[in-house]
Write a protein that binds this ligand. Structure first.
Ligand SMILES: Nc1ncnc2c1ncn2[C@@H]1O[C@H](COP(=O)(O)OP(=O)(O)OP(=O)(O)O)[C@@H](O)[C@H]1O
Ligand SMILES: [Mg+2]
Length: 243
């Protein structure tokens, strides 16, 4: 198992945002997490790379306990790539500098090695001609592909995505989903929060539905879409599939 989440409970003050959540992502698996707004999806994936602490339970990434005070968090975060809704590129750095920075600082790569990796990744996400531009000069879909390349530059064990296409105009969504589909085909381990159900159905091995902090369903994709066992899941899918 690459990501092992066991009995995770988290509070924001008195509010129990995650309730005894247990699931896992095997090596090479693509797990899609869906659920209503405010149900705890972002919180759950932020717990996986220790961007949020939790009060009970355990999360192991490649066998390493995330909440153990002895765990080297910068090292852990470099091995678990994270892509956010709003790209989070450094606005004052060129595209290539954005992708090179952590390779240099965290992995200690030489400038040459970091640049070689950067050129290769920009080519892979279809942005080879944009290396010297700045984020503001790219479209949202292009910026998100840069963010994916930046995460991949660390040679991650797994990738986490939090609604990577929900800030994008419709015509840019597919260019980002295509890159993610490519990663899935190559066997990248991924945990993805998304409401793109067509994409989920074609790439996910498992589907998780979260409602009010609880993992209500966790089943193989075809099974999940063909018959929902829980009325909360059925109601949620009914709403988003009819939009
Ligand atoms: N830093 C915080 N302090 C207090 N409450 C928070 C904090 N962050 C999130 N919450 C609350 O925790 C709950 C879960 O938030 P989370 O962002 O994980 O939901 P989500 O499922 O990702 O929602 P969305 O689909 O809108 O992104 C929400 O009720 C939210 O208001
Ligand atoms: Mg969220």
């Amino acid at each position: 198992m690459m990501i092992e989440i066991t009995g995770v409970t988290k509070y924001y003050g008195q509010f129990e945002v995650l309730k005894n959540c247990t699931t896992h992502v095997d090596k090479g698996e693509v797990v899609v997490v869906c659920g209503p707004s405010g149900s705890g999806k972002s919180t759950l994936i932020k717990c996986v790379n220790a961007l949020e602490p939790f009060q009970k339970g355990s999360i192991r990434v490649d066998g390493i306990e995330v909440s153990d005070p002895a765990t080297d968090l910068p090292d852990l975060r470099s091995r678990v790539g994270m892509v956010f809704q709003n790209f989070e590129l450094f606005p004052h750095l060129s595209i290539e500098a954005n992708i090179m920075l952590a390779q240099r600082i965290v992995l200690g790569r030489t400038e040459d090695a970091a640049r070689r990796q950067t050129i290769e990744l920009l080519d892979r996400v279809g942005l080879a001609d944009h290396a010297t531009k700045f984020p503001a000069q790219l479209s949202g879909g292009q910026q998100q592909r840069v963010a994916i390349a930046r995460a991949l530059a660390m040679n991650p064990l797994a990738m986490l995505f939090d609604e990577p296409t929900s800030a994008l105009d419709p015509e840019m969504i597919s260019e980002v989903l295509d890159v993610m589909t490519g990663l899935a085909r190559e066997g990248m381990t991924m945990m993805i929060v998304t409401h793109e159900m067509g994409f989920a159905r074609s790439v996910a091995t498992r589907m998780i539905f979260i409602d009010r902090g609880e993992i209500v369903e966790d089943r193989p994709t075809e099974d999940f879409f063909s018959h929902q066992q829980n009325p909360r899941t059925a109601a949620f899918l009914g709403k988003i599939l009819h939009h």
